[in-house]
Write a protein of this length. Structure first.
Length: 319
């Protein structure tokens, strides 16, 4: 490495470290202030709180790294331009690419680091932080503590975990499950429609149920009907009613609970496999997940792209 490249890297790494530290620190402080009431009310231990914020660091890093690269590039080259150092480099025979080459390599290295974090660490960290929020920060308060003095009936605890509306999930065996509402806390579903397809993706069976309850090993469907289809997709006979029936359809409740935002909990390979399973559903069912799939590598290379954008902005002539 040439002396000039080492000089440029030293001038760049300092602002980059400062920007990363400030951005990550501000994010964590704002999150702490936003959850301060819940932390004090639920008496979250300091050790658990420290582990939560340490786990959150890689999640925040992949989000702020592109902007840190942009700010560091603007500061470094802007400082060189202000002190006429760019002119001195050009006068000594160094071309424009030779000047910015260390910055481009750092932008590419930052993109590679973000890509590795997104694939190896961020999904697990997202699961840990999401579980911590659900268990420690967003859990309902004790109803006995929320009751007013002298009141006959204590207030019901505030439910923070929301019911998922219009859940759609595609599972093993070419089974498409739709639920009008899904409660991840009580582990119940309402308004269920299950479409079971054969290897050729032709509809074989349609199951409708008013309600389903998780038994611990499978879903128990209540007040429903089963309708069979032939190889041509035509209904065979009449729907068969049932009051209660355990049917192997649908994933575990903790997996279904992530159906609306599960892309962050999976790396690119897992998300690609999930989309392959979901492909038979077609249409808008998988459109958002494909966008999430393409966004993962694209977001990683934002560090390099913003570095490229910052270079011409920083070397504008000073009048």
């Amino acid at each position: 490495m040439k002396i000039l490249e080492r000089y440029t890297l030293r001038a760049y790494l300092g602002p980059l470290a400062w920007c990363l530290g400030i951005f990550v620190g501000m994010y964590l402080v704002l999150d702490l202030l936003g959850h301060l009431d819940e932390i004090l009310r639920n008496r979250v231990p300091m050790a658990a709180l420290a582990n939560y914020y340490l786990t959150m660091v890689p999640l925040v890093f992949v989000q702020v790294a592109p902007f840190a690269c942009l700010m560091a590039t603007l500061y470094t080259l802007g400082n060189f331009n202000r002190h006429q150092e760019l002119m001195a480099m050009r006068a000594s025979g160094v071309g424009p690419f030779g000047i910015v080459r260390p910055l481009l390599w750092m932008g590419l290295l930052a993109s590679a680091l973000v890509l590795v974090l997104n694939e190896a660490i961020v999904p697990e960290a997202a699961l840990v932080t999401d579980s911590f929020k659900a268990d420690r920060l967003e859990r309902p308060t004790d109803p006995s503590k929320s009751a007013k003095p002298g009141s006959a009936h204590p207030k019901k605890p505030h439910r923070v975990l929301k019911t998922i509306q219009h859940l759609a999930a595609y599972g093993l065996g070419h089974t498409l499950l739709y639920a009008r509402t899904f409660d991840p806390v009580d582990k119940t579903m309402e308004g269920i429609v299950i479409l079971q397809h054969g290897p050729n993706l032709r509809l074989q069976r349609k199951i409708s149920a008013e309600r389903a309850v998780w038994t611990g090993s499978g879903w128990r469907f209540l007040d429903g009907t089963i309708l069979q289809f032939d190889s041509q997709g035509r209904a065979v006979g009449r729907p068969v009613r049932f009051e209660a029936k355990i049917i192997q359809a649908g994933d575990r409740p903790e997996l279904l609970a992530k159906a609306e935002s599960q892309a962050i909990f999976m790396n690119t390979r897992d998300l690609y496999r999930y989309i392959e399973r979901l492909e038979a559903a077609g249409g808008a069912t998988i459109r958002k997940m494909k966008v999430d799939l393409y966004a993962k590598p694209a977001a990683a290379f934002a560090c390099l792209v913003l570095t490229l954008i910052g270079i011409p902005l920083a070397i504008q002539p000073i009048r």
